[in-house]
Design a protein. Structure first.
Length: 316
């Protein structure tokens, strides 16, 4: 059983963009600037081997009913910790139901903090499994958010039972910018998954497979224009979800007309994500998307231009 090497550890885990168009439930990436913070402390008032939540916003204090608590418990169990208890303070930097991996960021930060508190014995895959327990209870058993939030960069998830994933390095010399536009509208993941079809046509299947492969190829080669084109090509998931987000179709058109290489729904939405390789152009694209959300969808929205987070969860 490991012993604590620190009394307190504070961690950060970044927001994520999952699906990236046709990569539903198996392709995602981490984005900079946005995310959640977790502070984990050795706490003599907590029963050995247990987790308590000392501070949290808009979420239940019961560690069995929120993502940070579930993930922290899973990490403690993986480490085999039985002689000390820990308490958690969660600082949400991401809005709930935003489509930017809010639950995954909390779970990633919590698992990473517990692991660091006890000397960092768990591997990246172990931490993803801990976070996956949380995702399974909160938003569904898929790792396209939790894996990039922990590992950083782009991640291709080949399976969850057993867990198998492939990090996809994006060339460091290539510039990739994400224009994230979040309207004042909540789209719970469970609700957005409920509209998905149980069966799809053969032509739809081939189309999406082709463009998901194109997205992976674009990431590996650093071709931002090709990535944008692939992101915009989903014919299975996005057509069912877009009508539930007021103005989304107009927002996507506005992004491309303003110069984006492509635009899609981030995760389950309602955030829209466009890609470009020019920061000034990214701000123009964001302004156009915000305007479209207001004019067509009647929703106020905020835009930010972020880079790829290549590091994932880390101690701060």
């Amino acid at each position: 059983e490991p012993t604590p090497v620190f009394s307190t550890v504070r961690t950060f885990a970044p927001a994520t963009v999952a699906n990236l168009g046709p990569g539903f439930d198996f392709l995602g990436c981490a984005v900079s600037g946005l995310g959640d913070y977790v502070t984990v402390s050795v706490d003599p008032s907590v029963k050995p081997g247990r987790v308590a939540i000392s501070s949290i916003q808009r979420l239940p204090l019961d560690p069995l009913h929120n993502c940070a608590g579930i993930s922290a418990i899973a990490a403690l169990r993986s480490l085999g910790v039985r002689s000390v208890g820990v308490s958690i303070a969660l600082e949400k930097g991401l809005p709930l139901g935003s489509g930017m991996g809010s639950s995954a960021a909390s779970a990633a930060a919590a698992a990473f903090a517990v692991n660091a508190l006890f000397g960092g014995r768990l591997s990246g895959a172990d931490l993803v499994l801990a976070g996956l327990e949380s995702e399974a209870k909160v938003s569904g058993r898929h790792a396209d958010n939790i894996a990039p939030s922990i590992l950083g960069g782009f991640v291709l998830v080949l399976g969850c039972d057993p867990l198998e994933f492939v990090p996809l390095p994006f060339p460091s010399e290539r510039k990739l910018l994400f224009v994230l536009v979040s309207p004042e509208f909540e789209a719970p993941t469970k609700k957005m998954r409920a509209v998905l079809p149980e069966e799809i046509g053969f032509k739809e299947h081939i189309w999406n497979c082709r463009h998901a492969a194109a997205a992976v190829a674009a990431i590996s080669s650093g071709d931002v224009a090709a990535l944008g084109a692939a992101m915009s090509a989903d014919r299975i998931v996005e057509p069912r979800r877009s009508p539930l987000i007021p103005g989304m179709e107009a927002v996507k058109r506005a992004a491309v007309e303003a110069g984006a290489f492509g635009c899609t729904i981030s995760g389950a939405g309602p955030t829209a994500v466009a890609v470009t390789d020019d920061e000034a152009k990214g701000r123009e694209i964001g302004d156009a998307m915000v305007e479209a959300f207001l004019k067509v969808g009647g929703l106020r929205a905020k835009a930010s231009v972020q880079t790829l987070d290549r590091f994932g969860a880390r101690v701060v």
